[in-house]
Write a protein that binds this ligand. Structure first.
Ligand SMILES: [Zn+2]
Length: 142
């Protein structure tokens, strides 16, 4: 009696996993769990009628080749060492102050932070370099 109950629990679990795999659009996992259900059901009930073959196959979504914008913006901010703390603000080695909002209570204090002011300064320096570059001489003007 106990064996029948356990067998039904196993089959119910495998059916749940088949349903879950269908919800997750994983026909390859559906096929695997159907195979497992078939093996378990064959052991419990004997030979089963033939099953319709699964024609679906899993195709992973292609990963984006370019990094996301937030990553570019984060990496543009250079790490700076924290040299002093003043209340809720931290003074970085570059002289900029940032508001400390990221510390988790109970965790050790951060030693470095990414400085957005330095990133903006670097960006304006790059832009200034583009503007001040001397224009190329035209061929016929000399
Ligand atoms: Zn800075």
């Amino acid at each position: 009696m106990q064996d029948t109950t356990d067998a039904k629990k196993i089959l119910a679990y495998l059916r749940d996993m088949i349903d879950l795999s269908r919800q997750l659009h994983r026909p390859d996992m559906v096929d695997l769990y159907c195979d497992a259900w078939e093996v378990a059901a064959t052991q419990i009930y004997g030979a089963l009628p033939p099953r319709k073959p699964n024609i679906g196959h899993y195709v992973a979504e292609p990963k984006p080749t370019t990094p996301p914008v937030w990553r570019h913006m984060m990496l543009a901010k250079p790490f700076r060492k924290i040299i002093a703390r003043d209340g809720d603000t931290e003074i970085l080695e570059c002289g900029h102050r940032i508001w400390n909002f990221a510390d988790i209570p109970g965790s050790p204090p951060a030693k470095r932070r990414r400085c957005g002011d330095c990133a903006r300064a670097n960006e304006t320096r790059k832009d200034a370099g583009r503007v001040t570059r001397p224009p190329e001489k035209a061929a016929g003007s000399a």
